[in-house]
Ligand binder design. Sequence first.
Ligand code: C2E
Ligand code: CA
Ligand code: CA
Length: 740
Amino acid sequence: MVSPPGESDARVLVDRLPAILYIADPGINGRWHYVSDGALDILGFSPKEWIADPELWARQIHPDDRDRVFGREDELAEPTTPDEYRLRHRDGTIVWVRDEAALVRDAEGRDRWHGVMLDITDRKLAEAELERRVDQQAAVARLGERALEGADVAELVHDALQEAMRMLGVQPGAVLQYAQDGDALVLRAGVVIASETLSSRSEPGAGAAPQSRVAPRLDGRSGDRAAVALRGYRAADLSHGRIWQIEGRDRRWGLLWLASAGRDLKAADVDFVQALANILADAIQRRAAEDDMRHHALHDPLTGLPNRVLFLDRLGHALKRTADHVAVVLLDIDNFKLVNDSLGHGSGDELLMKIAPRLMSALRPGDTIARLGGDEFVVLLEDISHPRDAAQIAERIVAALEVPFSLATGEHFAKASLGIAIAEGEDTVPASLIRDADSAMYEAKANGRARFEVFDRAMRTRTVKRLSVENDLRRALERDELRVAYQPIVSLRDLSVVSVEALLRWEHPVRGLVSPAEFIAVAEESGLIEPIGRWALNTACAQASLWHHARPDSRPVGICVNLSARQLTQQDLEATVVSALELTGIEPSSLCMEVTESVLLEKSASLSETIARVARLGVRFVLDDFGTGYSSLAYLTRLPIDGLKVDRSFVEALGRDQRSTAITTAIVRMAHALSVEVIAEGVETEAQLLALRDLGCELAQGFHLHPPLGAHEISELLVAGHPSAAVRRGGILGEPPQSA
Ligand code: C2E
Ligand code: CA
Ligand code: CA
């Protein structure tokens, strides 16, 4: 053993250094000549033990560092650069040393290592810790970036959990989401270990059921411990771990759980996992906001049903899949405007909201129902093997609407008109299918509402015509193409003209005279009836006023004006009538409004109210086309009705057979019993005239008496008792008499 140079106080000093000073032979298992006392402090071996066992040092080198250190030893580099490596302490813990040595040739000419090993464990751990933090920050940044880029939430959840488990070096872990109802947790990623399986065999169910619902039994929720039980499944235990909340600004979404990480987690690790959880919360919140926006863009806010955009999309897909089995049912609530106008928009909205589930109840699970806007709904039927199937569903819808709706304002009956269009092969385009269904629906309305029609090609032609009528009609007023014809209503006692009915005529520049039968319905649908009706009323009243002035001493001829349902819902109808009366100066009692009885089927309070207000002005009301609707006597008593106009079909039936005659007779009797006037319309033969007179009917109108005439012809008629011969044959404004 070679004595170190220097004095004994120097030895004491050296032995006190927090380092291991040594002198050793070169080579892996070279002899150690001197080791300072620091060896005991730093590695748990006394200098004596060390020197006695030449292989000790090499044995204690960490296996991962061994090759590197031995390699250097072989190189015998000079001068050496310091090396840092790990040595195992006697107690098994790892000690990092910085080994700095130089080969020194002694007096005998032998090379020996003179070196110092410094304990740098603390520095190394701090460095490693720093590296971990950098890694964690990078992981947080990576995940955050992906979240910002809109990565799939399920993927983010999975990856965040993996990162957390990897960085903290723990297993297993789980991400659980609070279920909608808030009282359960749903496994979204990872595994939850059931408590009984913690000790025994592991069952596959726990992790393999991402949808399994977990009822939290967050017992006492003491700190971060929680126990969770899989509902109706088995108990799962989260208590051997730690929980991080995944919560956004306003909502707790779920939690992240890591097993056995409860014990010695550094604050920085806890923060790291919380950062991951926060990223998830952000991503989930943003995703929820996006979903909301998407839902908003694709759904009707009032009913929550898909909107037009979504419907067209679904229809497009359906047509691509099976063009032969797709049908569209378009549905429009009959007289919805009445609800809105009479009960207010709140009731209208309420009705629409209640109609939606009613419609759904009539459909099959896979069918799509959407609201196109206003009172229009549309149903997409896939799997239609026969038009009959679509018709059946339409029937079910009609039936579903038969039960009244209870609104805040009271019970309401809502009926609908439906149009069905069935796709024809692959070229069917969504928009055209809807348009066809619309045509069919229009016909359903025209055919009396509360029914359905299936589209056929003839409808398309009619629709095109209707649309062109609508276009032209918009300009008819300003271009002064409208006229009014007047058809006399005579007393059956002496055939004198008592009043005249104003009937609209349209002189179309190209198509010639257009019948109101063709354009009134279009005017009603499009809303044009309001300005047109106002014009007709003003024109008729002005004409009546002229006639009165021409014969100031005679009884003023009455003027009857037709009012459509739509006009009755007009807010300003009363004002319109008042203004017509004031402008023309005619007596309110010489004005008579004709409303069809079907209008009164709407048991709308405000509609009756409108009629009552106008009637209070002194204007008379007559029920037109009486007998064609489903009137009950109740209307007649409830409303200020002055007369009934027996529909042409009953007049025509007179004398044909006993039964028809009996019905007409009953109507006349009923009217008399209620003290209202009876007007027979459409009198075409002398026989009808005589039969009506026998029944005690007081007034009549029809081609057999007078066709609709021009104002001038009426003037002649009023003066002379009959119009000139030319007029008698029917002028440009009237239909030719059917029989002489
Ligand atoms: P309406 O109120 O029932 O009018 C009577 C219709 O019967 C008129 O048809 C008239 O020309 C026709 N007519 C008269 N006598 C006979 C006859 O002996 N035999 C036959 N077969 N028909 C006869 P028009 O003028 O074509 O009017 C059709 C419908 O258009 C009217 O039915 C009415 O509902 C509507 N309308 C006409 N003018 C107006 C108006 O100014 N406003 C509104 N809202 N509707 C109107
Ligand atoms: Ca009429
Ligand atoms: Ca009529």
